[in-house]
Design a protein around this ligand. Structure first.
Ligand SMILES: [Zn+2]
Length: 139
């Protein structure tokens, strides 16, 4: 009889252990274990990742504007830029893509390019004290 009682206690212990384990499984996962909720639009990091900077890279710049005629380019002074404003252009704008000019990125200016206008406007909002859209290509 004593052995039977031990067996019952042992089975009850196993049963409670199983019930406890099932209860633990039902608890919601901690917040950091949940997948991130989808976000509308792009994060600043994603927007920055879509920008290309051409600084002392004429060949790379030429190749990019040739392959991205519907893209956009910011002409921005190197260094602090003084009072020179940043100008947003279409990649097809003659003032930033003339074959007669060979120092678009090697003189006092560099170019920031993107296939879409939005990340460039976001960049200007964060980094530029003075910018304007080009009056020639009207981006
Ligand atoms: Zn322009």
């Amino acid at each position: 009889m004593k052995q039977f009682a031990r067996l019952v206690v042992l089975r009850l212990l196993i049963l409670f252990a199983c019930l406890y384990w099932l209860e633990v499984q039902k608890r919601p996962a901690p917040i950091d274990a949940l997948p991130a909720a989808p976000r509308a639009g792009r994060t600043p990091a994603q927007a920055a990742a879509s920008l290309l900077i051409f600084d002392d890279d004429e060949d790379g710049y030429r190749a990019w504007i040739a392959a991205n005629e519907s893209g956009y380019v910011i002409n921005t002074p190197k260094g602090d830029g003084g009072s020179t404003p940043d100008i947003l252009h279409r990649a097809s704008c003659a003032s930033i893509s003339s074959p007669r000019i060979q120092n678009y990125t090697t003189s006092d200016f560099k170019k920031i390019a993107a296939a879409d206008k939005a990340p460039l406007v976001a960049w200007l909002g964060e980094n530029s004290e003075d910018w304007r859209p080009c009056g020639r290509c009207k981006p």
